[in-house]
Design a protein around this ligand. Sequence first.
Ligand code: TXA
Ligand code: MG
Length: 322
Amino acid sequence: MEISTDAARAADILRRGGVVAVPTETVYGLAADADNPAAVQRIFAIKGRPSRHPLIAHLSDAAFLSEYLAPNAAAAALAKAFWPGPLTIIGVKTPRVIDAVTGGYPTVGVRVPAHPLTRAVIEALGAGRAIAAPSANRFGRVSPTTAAHVLADLGADVDLVLDGGACEIGVESTIVDVSGQAPVLLRPGAIGAAALAAVLGEEVRAPGDVHAVPAPGTLASHYAPRAAVELLAPHELLQRIATLVERGERVGVISSANVTVPTDAVALLVGGSDSELARGLYAALRQADALGLDVVLAAAPTADGLGEAVADRLRRASAPRS
Ligand code: TXA
Ligand code: MG
């Protein structure tokens, strides 16, 4: 395992069937050559991820969309409006997309990430090539937003970590499914439902509104630290902290509201804009574990877009675990 900032070296390793952690504007990805089934298989092994759980194909440029997605006007409009950027578009796949990437589904998720280092890696692989990449964490755990997070999680299991600094956005891309009759928002992210609707000229449905493709990654319990996570309203925070501390629990707080956290609890991430919350969210959840906290109390933001994305990740982190 090595850490590097050299895109050509990363592309070299990918070409030989290696697995490389790459920076994106959302979170770090665990990448393999999307045309190499054995390399893609290694991603599932490293993550401990069920093999029917599809990966996102990351392209270097929207010009290559048609190599991966069957013709789709909605997909083309969204790509034009939001790529490079934090939007994954799900459509019917073309024959070139291998089953190892899609988990055998007839659809595929594609996006053009904004981080220049990773786009350079994909470009170096060759024109029209893609990397398949889920987030670079063990299955069900918190996504990494720095190279150090990747090392802490995956260490020697990856061939190289391409260090592109801390991720600007900090939560995973918005996922919109345009493979069916109506567009469906499968995962909230920085690009909100209103922004999507404005481009599509129609409302984006919630999963369950229509018969959408199964979204295996949208499991209830996900993005979870070891500490328990409890969601509550801002005005409930102080009372709940007092109750837990009284019981001898070590408590951390993540709150969009700017509350004053008493000194017998830890202010992990408090106040700040929705984008500051998103950028710091996963590092805060990791810090909770590093400090050996028992409970993270979270008061989530409510706005569309990043606020909704942060609330969604906190809901999943707080869901009952199997
Ligand atoms: O921001 C991101 O999207 C990051 C960076 C690395 O690009 N990637 C990421 O990948 O979050 P991952 O694998 O952790 O989450 C991808 C999600 C999964 O929930 C998966 O089920 C869903 O996308 N997905 C991918 N292809 C799909 C498909 N054909 N149909 C339904 N869901 C799909
Ligand atoms: Mg993930």
